[in-house]
Design a protein around this ligand. Structure first.
Ligand SMILES: O=C(O)CCC(=O)C(=O)O
Ligand SMILES: [Fe+2]
Length: 197
């Protein structure tokens, strides 16, 4: 597991956008996909909001995904396995880079066909707790024509990341503007932020 942590961190240090192709195991990815579809079936996904909790607004012209927060007290084996892996990652990151991360928050996200998320920064203007953004994709057999790329803007450079199964992306939440291009089929992920409170 530490090899993939190291790949994520060293690519982040080299290019500001850390990427590793296989952050979660195939088994865990499959269980998380099943969990997300089960939540959808049970109508437990909610329209994602914009901004901080106190002034959360919903605006489908900015983002049109649906989310569900991973929580230990959901008592779901596979959410917990994912969170265990995050605990290990945070401890590795804090040990190797002195990042002082004190917590995290993660949600499942489902972008249905035709959904997108326009350009934004992840850190809120009125709360700087979010330090790093981290997204793990859960899309088997994703093809270029499926769209849904994550586009990350850094000055003149634009990096397009295809949301392929088991890939994780890691970047600073206050630094890089990014967007999700319209997806041509259902696009699944676990998205979250490492916090310093
Ligand atoms: O799903 C992605 O690739 C990015 C999602 C995102 O930018 C967000 O939820 O803030
Ligand atoms: Fe974002």
């Amino acid at each position: 597991m530490e090899d993939c942590f190291e790949t994520l961190i060293s690519s982040y240090l080299d290019t500001k956008v850390g990427i590793v192709a296989d952050f979660v195991s195939e088994e865990l990815a499959q269980h998380l996909i099943d969990r997300l579809f089960a939540l959808k079936e049970q109508n437990l996904l909610k329209a994602a909001g914009i901004g901080n909790v106190a002034k959360l607004t919903h605006n489908a012209e900015i983002r049109s995904d649906e989310i569900y927060w991973l929580e230990r007290n959901n008592n779901n084996e596979f959410e917990n396995q994912f969170l265990d892996q995050m605990d290990a990652y945070v401890s590795y990151l804090n040990r190797s880079c002195y990042t002082g991360i004190t917590g995290y928050e993660f949600h499942f996200a489902l972008f249905d066909k035709g959904s997108f998320y326009r350009k934004h920064l992840d850190q809120f203007k009125d709360n700087s707790s979010r330090q790093f953004s981290m997204i793990t994709y859960l899309n088997q057999n994703w093809q270029p024509e499926d769209g849904g790329e994550l586009c990350i803007y850094d000055d003149e450079k634009v990096q397009k990341v295809a949301p392929t199964n088991r890939k994780t992306v890691f970047f600073k939440s206050d630094e890089l503007v990014h967007e999700v291009l319209e997806t041509n089929k259902a696009r699944l992920s676990v998205t979250g932020w490492l916090r310093r409170d």
